[in-house]
Ligand binder design. Sequence first.
Ligand code: CAA
Length: 380
Amino acid sequence: MDIQLTDEQRQVRELCRQFADSELRPNARRWDLDHQFPADAVKKLAEMGLMGVAIPAELGGAGMDNVSYAVAMEEISRGCAGTGVIMSVNNSLYCDPIHKFGTEEQKRDFLVPFARGERLGAFALTEPTSGSDAAEMRTVAVKKGNEYVLNGTKNFITNGPQADVVLVFAVTDRSKGHKGTSAFLVPGSVKGFTRSKADEKVGIRASGSCTLFFEDVVLPERFRLGGEGEGFKVAMQTLDGGRIGIAAQALGIAQAAYEEAVAYAKERKAFGQPITQFQAIQFMLADMATEIEAARLLVWRAAWMKDKGIRHSAESAMAKLYASEMCERVTSKAIQVHGGYGYVKEYDVERHWRDSRITEIYEGTSEIQRLVIAANVLKG
Ligand code: CAA
């Protein structure tokens, strides 16, 4: 593996960094305070090809690779972590599985407009009583002739309030365990599909999440993604890619907090000199820089493996585990460097710290990542 970015990947980074500095960073604090979905910024992401980065151009995407996607996710999340997760769910959890498992008709109707960013997708696996134990879901889809009738509830669904179509997982045959789960593309306009008000969250407040209710929703068979009984495999393979996106999001949040800590430390004086003169501060900055670089290498490696078609379940889990826990440590240190100013909303580091926390929970908690890694370690 070449750990240098290609010219194209560097251009993506530069473009996203400029966009983040000019359009996201100046607004991120307000979106956070107001819990506001950044509709105009998402429209601009679409114009830049960032809502379907690794989807081929003929299917509406930008036709780039997954390393470019990871680089773009880091930069966008460095500007606004809430905007980052809106982008990541549409790319990794919605477009990617349709690209991989969809029929030609599904790609035309359910992928192209989403990869172009004209419409927004969501992914609904989690339920009120099954998060980590995904196979324990209660949502059911009962087959009647050429149709399925969907009943159940999904919660904490990122992009749920805005999504035009949701990829929903449901049990089609409980007697078959994992092999009795199927995936369905559920348009927001179908009868019997309703949504709660948006969740009031600690962080990533520019992105909306909510509970989705399905009551006798009738779906034609052609809305099933993949074969009947393939839903768990679709979910797990999709999360292998999604976890790269969340790891890159954590990396971007940490990078933003680190840059702000360095800038503040250079300005702030104590005991007659800039605080950068004190080893206590230097060591914190050195640890932050080292951990960010280590996480970046894990993220790029997992993305590179996805590009090469190599199974990357454990490597994605390692990238997400390390990057998310690193992000909480780095953002916390950034507050420490700022002292009391780090604890008030006048500075952005408190937001980065709040944003960091969810990266250790969604798309599989740190504990789930450790289980995935351990299963891989013990297999060999
Ligand atoms: N790729 C392909 N197949 C896979 C796979 C993968 N990565 N992981 C598991 N499988 C297959 C296994 O091979 C096995 O198949 P066979 O029966 O044919 O052998 C089957 O799936 C069952 O595997 P396990 O026995 O390992 O399954 P398990 O029930 O023990 O659970 C788990 C595994 C890793 C704990 C899984 O349930 C899991 O990942 N849980 C966390 C769920 C999660 O991440 N939720 C996040 C929700 S999405 C979200 O957060 C979105 C958002 O808002 C941003």
